[in-house]
Design a protein around this ligand. Sequence first.
Ligand SMILES: Nc1ncnc2[nH]cnc12
Length: 591
Amino acid sequence: MRIQKFEANRRELIEVARGDRPADLFIRGGTVVNVYSGELLPHHVAIYKDRIAYVGPREVAVGDETQVVDAAGMFVVPGYIETHSHPWILYNPVSLAERIVPLGTTTVVHDTLFFYLHLGYKGTVRLIEALRDVPINQLWLARIVAQAGYPEEEEWFDPVFVRKLLEHEDVIGTAELTRWPMLYQGDPLIVDTMEFAKRLGKVSDGHTAGCSFEKLNALSAGGLSACHEAITALEVLDRLRLGLWTVLRNSSLRPDLQELIEPVVEGQISTQRLLMTTDGPNPSFIAENGFMDGLLRQAVRMGVPAVTAVQMVTLNAAQYLKLDDYIGGIAPGRRADVLILPDLESFRPDRVVRGGREVARDGRLIAPLPEIAWDRYPSMKPLSVSAEVLADPDLYRFEAKDGEKVPVIEFISNVITRRTDTALSTDGEYVAISGRPDLAYAALVARDGTWVAKGVIQGFGGRIAGLASTYNTTTELLVIGRDPGAMAVAAERVRRMGGGIALAEDGEVKLDIPLPLYGIMSDVPFAQVVRDHDRLLAAVHDRGFPFHDILYSLLFLTCDFLPGLRLTPLGLYDVKRAQVVRKRRNLPVRA
Ligand SMILES: Nc1ncnc2[nH]cnc12
């Protein structure tokens, strides 16, 4: 693991700890939150190069060149660790770090999904390595399968390449397995790949949404290490009891902490194997609520003792990652990822030190952000569909016979749908929706224009004329709306942008957000991403979208792991029955 490599060697640290070599940085007079003993201690902290050398009451190793930081009246806390990060909720790994490093998060464990889908093994490795200059510790979890099946999936996720990625020194394990029934069935690809990760000393993240205690037994037996999908206090207990590291989630999609934290507040359970995650919050949620600092604020407000809450996002997280000799606490030999906090309520640091260097002060990033030359990491699946294909309004209409029962995708929450088979009238060979303001067309068009999968959706927003988006879990072109003409206009704008989100009506584009990075991430600074997200959410709310998180509705409409009916690259897909109910249609190849 690269995170285990340091500039400061052990002998140097010993000398500093003895007082025979001056420290580079000396944090004087603060109260250390000791996550190992659970105490608050009046200790100084001496840092040499990138590591902590001494923690204690003596003023050792202060030389002429030592920078001394006065922490009197302040708390000295380990940098926060996010073990389950999706760095693409419009932001990208760089713009995300820009915002969260000043909020005290010094380590993130990112999912590889969209990088791998677009870059394959080699490109993903090149990009991961280019991103090392971002001033945050970045570790990665490698996907074993996609989140929506497609014909070339097995080839793309060839176990040879997945294993090579798992061997990479920045990759800490396998990423959340959204298709957990495969593990339940004992699928050899999944079982053997997770076992391979285990033999490398790496972890396997889970995604056991809706899984009963009985079935969880099989998943734990299959080698899962962790899960963040508990949505009730009982589900927290189920996971803990079966030996899974249990990650309490509070995201923009599911702000569930109040419920999940109950057994902790009641002092009912050991917190040793509890962690917390933000699970990819939308940018506006981060702007308003913070990141790991926000989870700490909430947990403490809800009654969790401050030190316990800090342990959950530092030492416990490091132990889960098998990296507690290196990160997650203020102790000699550890990486010097240290926060200086004015209190244990706001958890917003005055100063953030990462690897011995100050990277943020007073809520502002002071470390430089690298310029990533994204064009050096081009997608292997460019958005190459032609304007001609997208201009045809019939591309978006749903074919049916008059009175035929059509399997409709009914939205019952932001991300959960159910299949409602409905007899609909037609206009020629297509379903007529003009008399049904609750319905809209949805089409998933291949990035290369070779196929289209179609559906009818209900309860999404009756006044959305045309909304096109590569922001979805396939990054194919998803087009939704009531007016096929407006759908074509929105789709064409997204095509021209090379990926993104566009909203159109009355023949015009009303809003667009370019997402040049694989159709899922923006390349603008974090503040601009927040404005873009706010504009999008307001625009769809104005047009009747009834839920709170449009990005997650778009992201998961095309997945194959949440109930009930979905639009995937295989076609209209019934998740419960694991059945394609209407296949995608090939489109004519155009010269
Ligand atoms: N499963 C998932 N895939 C992509 N982004 C996510 N954000 C949160 N969960 C996610």
